[in-house]
Write a protein that binds this ligand. Sequence first.
Ligand code: FE2
Length: 321
Amino acid sequence: MACDIAHTSDLHLTGLSGLGWRQLAGKRLLGYLSWAFRRRREHRPEVLAALRKDLEAAPPDVLLVTGDLTHLGLPDEFSEAAAFLRRLGGPERVLVVPGNHEAYARSSYEEGLGRLAPYLPTEAPRPTEGPPAWGHFPRVDVRGEFAFVGLSTAIPTPPFSAAGRVGVPQSRRLEAMLSELGKEGLFRILYLHHPAESGVVRPRKDLEDRALLLDCLEKTGVELILHGHAHRSVRSRLRIRGEDVWSLGVGSASAMGLEGEERRARYHRLRLERERGGVRLTLTASKWDPESRSFAAADAEDLGVIRHARAVDQTVLDSGN
Ligand SMILES: [Fe+2]
């Protein structure tokens, strides 16, 4: 069995038109000024239109959106983000986790993440002492032998901070979920906004409780990690339970790249294909080409075979035949 994934992140798709000053208290005012002076020229609707076209031309089995759909996390931005997601596909195909911009300032579930409701897990949020969004996460969506586990690292933070946190309640649920999915022999793909590995972003933008997450993963194992947030593509290997696990970050899907080519818009296509001994991972990066004003795919790269439980069992069965 194979699965084609498209991984997009940091779409920052909202326009912020017609905003009143009353909506711009505190950190949001600073964020608005950053948008007015720089970000609105960087994150462009024409790039997102080209992204949509590219995805429509070859629809993936699963489209992952690892957060930062908005700029300031305002109610109208969430509604605009939900409308954009609807154009990309239904919730059975489009899987979303929030980023730090969705928690730009503290807001209620109804005025915030709740407006993305069709794209959140359907069960009621669990009680949590953390931000409202945490109650829905981790989310699990199983497609054949592939389990997509989405984690929220979105928390309200002070001005100039873009940090993230997993939190103890969520990490406990994550541990239980990954253990269960591992026992079932599923191939587990963890997706989150902030990088699970250190050194990718500056400390003020980093995951505050990385040790908690890595401890959890060391207990349970995981086959693949995908993230955004850095606005450039990064590849790391995390040593987990004696295996080198890929942690793949994708750049912003809407950026013109005003600060350099490496920050220009891109998204990843990941093909997971079962073969003897594991699942082969192939990565194809598609980048925004300002000349043709469309996304152009680079050559596919073979990232090797990832071992996992069911594949090992299957090898035993195969060799017995
Ligand atoms: Fe971010």
